[in-house]
Design a protein around this ligand. Structure first.
Ligand code: GLV
Ligand code: MN
Length: 237
């Protein structure tokens, strides 16, 4: 029998220790690779069951809202009718987006998810836009939509999506939905963020306040400034 001193280890033990150290190192490397490769991160995990937002608490808007005291929380805080009505599509895009995010449904605070309903008249479009804080799952519940996104390599991925079918948009990529059917269409979109944010390309570029100088856009889009001014006039910039 080999008696080991406290500072001595058997070959088996030292191999186990080595393999544990390798395992931990690998885990650390994987975690840091994940951190550095995904600078756009999803909402953080909650630290409590729920934190119904008190939207009036203060001006603090860092990573969500302060919680309403639990003693004042009721079932109604986890219920909302915000998506129950058809949106008015009588606008230039012939579409309407209604959001159930933390601002319209405070019960979502810290839960890392939200949902929209997007109504489309025939020919309606939800114009090219991106969500800086979320991927998006599109469920078509009525009609037929052309749904597409463009990757950072400028590859366009699209499908015509019918009622009951889904299409996923990776986080941060420019995407749209377009009603290719002859009737109204409806999509429910789901996000892994309580407030995904949206940069709507035509509004950001041609409707910002103050306006982006026309010569910048003319050069960027390789058109005459008159063309830029015409587009700007459509978006009030
Ligand atoms: C659709 O693209 C949405 O943002 O709800
Ligand atoms: Mn979207």
């Amino acid at each position: 029998m080999v008696i080991l001193q406290p500072h001595q280890t058997s070959n088996k033990q030292s191999m186990e220790t080595q393999s544990m150290a390798t395992h931990h190192l690998l885990l650390l490397l994987l975690c840091s690779a994940h951190f550095f490769l995904s600078p756009c991160r999803s909402d953080p995990d909650p630290l409590q069951d729920f934190c119904v937002a008190n939207l009036r608490a203060s001006d603090i808007t860092v990573d969500g809202f302060p919680c309403k005291p639990t003693s004042g929380v009721a079932a109604d805080d986890f219920f909302s009718t915000v998506l129950s009505k058809e949106g008015n599509t009588n606008n230039v895009f012939s579409s309407n987006l209604t959001s159930a995010n933390v601002l319209s449904f405070p019960g979502l605070n810290t839960l890392g998810l939200s949902m929209n309903r997007v109504d489309f008249a025939p020919g309606g479009v939800n114009p090219p836009h991106s969500h800086p804080r979320s991927a998006e799952l599109v469920l078509v519940t009525k009609g037929r939509l052309l749904v597409g996104f463009v990757s950072t390599s400028n590859v366009f991925y699209s499908r015509v999506v019918k009622a009951g079918e889904i299409f996923v948009i990776p986080r941060g990529l420019v995407h749209f939905q377009y009603n290719v059917g002859k009737k109204k269409a409806l999509a429910i979109t789901v996000f892994n963020s309580q407030l995904p944010g949206a940069v709507v390309a035509p509004l950001a570029l041609f409707g910002s306040k103050p306006a982006i100088p026309s010569e910048v856009l003319a050069k960027a889009f390789q058109v005459d400034q008159q063309v830029v001014k015409l587009i700007k006039s459509k978006f009030g910039s």
